[in-house]
Design a protein around this ligand. Sequence first.
Ligand code: 4NP
Length: 149
Amino acid sequence: MIRVLCVCLGNICRSPMAEGVLAARAREAGVALEVDSAGTGSWHVGDAPDPRAIAAAAARGIDIAGQHARQVSMVDFERFDLILAMDEGNLASLERLRPVAARAALRLAHPDGQPVPDPYYGGDGGFERVLDMLEAMAESVLREGTGRR
Ligand code: 4NP
């Protein structure tokens, strides 16, 4: 069992989609994986994902409508094996929060280290591009998690 936490800024766009994609692909692959998501910011705590994120994920057969935003906390570094930051800003925030004796590995979500662009204000290919990048993330995490390379 590998426990993965996906983190973005608001936990209403990128990381809820990341959680949904990773959970769906793990289920399909028969890989035992626990996945959650959180935001570095607190503005949207308790909110459902952005309607555009819900719609884009649903178009790929992934239901994220039942998720609720929460803020990342120090205990997450003990609870999870791997924490995936969507961009460098999220990674820097997580590095500041990380306890000295953190258990979780921390890195950028995309396997090539490309930032997953914030789709909240539009542009950059928006939610579709984010989902494509998250598919690559999921494939990479599942390959590592099962020892297949
Ligand atoms: P996310 O997108 O980090 O992908 O969830 C954002 C959502 C909301 C805000 C920023 C980014 N905001 O500033 O409210």
